[in-house]
Design a protein around this ligand. Structure first.
Ligand SMILES: Cc1cc2nc3c(=O)[nH]c(=O)nc-3n(C[C@H](O)[C@H](O)[C@H](O)COP(=O)(O)OP(=O)(O)OC[C@H]3O[C@@H](n4cnc5c(N)ncnc54)[C@H](O)[C@@H]3O)c2cc1C
Length: 392
């Protein structure tokens, strides 16, 4: 059967797919962009609380997890946050820096989707929404894809269907299934930027649902200074989402509840305000409910004057390195991203093409490159999309 022919077929009209299609189209390539969802960029629309944290000005490869920590350098170095900011500015989208280099739209994430769709249209990209790609075949240097009963062919195929996080938004393992079919290996996918769950022994902390505090959380390899939020299931908030990407089952995490306090702060308080209760003292630096729970766990009640220095020293040490043993995570249903994915060992870091399957590209979250919270994942989607779009 004859097929409509293109220079490239991009599967997945999310962040990476739209960027790739627009880039290739702008170079004069005839591109077909396909998504099973009825509208493009659904994750962009809900991102950043509806304002899309579209990049981070501190983007650097060491803020990404990957089996090969050097892999992301090439694409990130050739398409930088400044390049994306210039695109956003050309479209007249107002933005602001919120915190820690995170850039958000002043208005709505819809503006970012409209910008990307506009770039695709300007570049002459053909967009087909609402139908999955089926029956993907490869032979004679051509990839053949059937969409809604119609056949399309191209010498290049880009897998941009993301990872399995948040299935209710249409996320699938399609990219992994395709990659495996073409002989690429998959680094075990796991939920990342995801709330951690606590067991019954931490019921007291779970009862603090809604309480947040500025903490430093430490895992085996890294540490983050951000807000932590207690939930009825365990631990969330930026600090915990960040550490979750590095967390390994059955390992503890350590939380410093007093990251700004001098090491002998409690003793100092005892000297200066001996009649203040331990609980009240803690609540000067922590939310009252958290201070109460920590005092209860430490078993320290009453005025500082009546508490031995040794007990206060020990308490401060525990508060600076409180150990939690998460029982698990809230899984892909609640994970902002998926860590792991298509192995970078078999991809060119310059073009994102599979070294053993000429014409096959993998970009965005589908690939084993996962950013920190704060705009890093979109920057990877843009940069890897551009890298492939320039090579197709
Ligand atoms: C709630 C939430 C908030 C987030 N906020 C931010 C943020 O503010 N900043 C940030 O940097 N990152 C954020 N992220 C992460 C970010 O959304 C992703 O890293 C990014 O969207 C990945 O881009 P992608 O193009 O690889 O995949 P996606 O954007 O997920 O796009 C994949 C596309 O493929 C389509 N698809 C899937 N399977 C098939 C199939 N079988 N056939 C056809 N099409 C298919 C999907 O419908 C989708 O349109 C957030 C994620 C979530 C879930």
């Amino acid at each position: 059967m004859s097929a409509d022919s293109f220079d490239a077929i991009v599967l997945g009209a999310g962040a990476a797919g739209m960027m790739c299609a627009a880039t290739a189209g702008a170079r004069g390539k005839r591109v077909l962009l396909v998504d099973h969802a009825d509208e493009p960029g659904k994750k962009i629309l809900i991102s950043g609380g509806g304002r899309c944290n579209f990049t981070n000005i501190h983007t650097a490869a060491d803020r990404y997890l990957s089996s090969n920590p050097h892999f992301a350098k090439s694409a990130l170095g050739r398409y930088t946050p400044q390049d994306f900011i210039a695109l956003v500015d050309r479209h007249g989208i107002a933005w602001h820096e919120k915190t820690l280099g995170q850039l958000f739209c002043d208005g709505s994430a819809r503006q970012i989707v409209a910008m990307l769709v506009g770039e695709c249209e300007k570049a002459g990209v053909t967009i087909r929404l609402g139908h999955p790609a089926s029956a993907i075949e490869h032979g004679d240097g051509q990839f053949r894809v059937t969409i809604n009963g119609r056949d399309y062919a191209a010498p290049a195929l880009a897998l941009a269907t993301g990872g399995p996080s948040i299935p209710k938004l249409g996320a699938t393992t399609f990219a992994y299934d395709m990659a495996r079919r073409f002989g690429l290996s998959i680094v075990h996918p796991r939920p990342a930027l995801v709330p951690l769950t606590l067991g019954p022994e931490d019921a007291l902390f779970r009862s603090l649902s809604g309480v947040s505090a500025d903490v430093e959380v430490r895992g085996r390899k890294t540490r983050f200074r951000e807000a932590a939020l207690f939930t009825h299931r365990g631990l969330s908030g930026p600090a915990m989402l960040q550490i979750s990407s590095y967390w390994e089952h059955r390992t503890p995490i350590s939380v410093d509840f007093l990251p700004d306090a001098e090491p002998d702060w409690l003793l100092e308080q005892k000297r200066m305000q001996p009649r203040t209760s331990f609980r009240r003292t803690l609540s000067a630096l922590l939310p009252a409910r958290l201070a109460e729970a920590l005092a209860e766990q430490l078993g320290l009640e009453g005025e500082l004057a009546n508490l031995p220095d040794k007990a206060l020293r020990a308490a401060q040490m525990r508060l600076a390195g409180w150990s939690f043993a998460p029982t698990g995570t809230e899984g892909f249903a609640k994970a902002e991203v998926t860590a792991g994915g298509i192995s970078v060992a078999e991809l060119s870091s310059r073009t994102m093409m599979a070294t053993r399957v000429p014409g096959l590209y993998a970009i965005g979250e589908a690939v084993d490159v996962t950013g920190w919270l704060g705009g890093y994942n979109f920057q990877w989607a843009w940069a890897s999309g551009v890298a492939a779009g320039q090579a197709i």
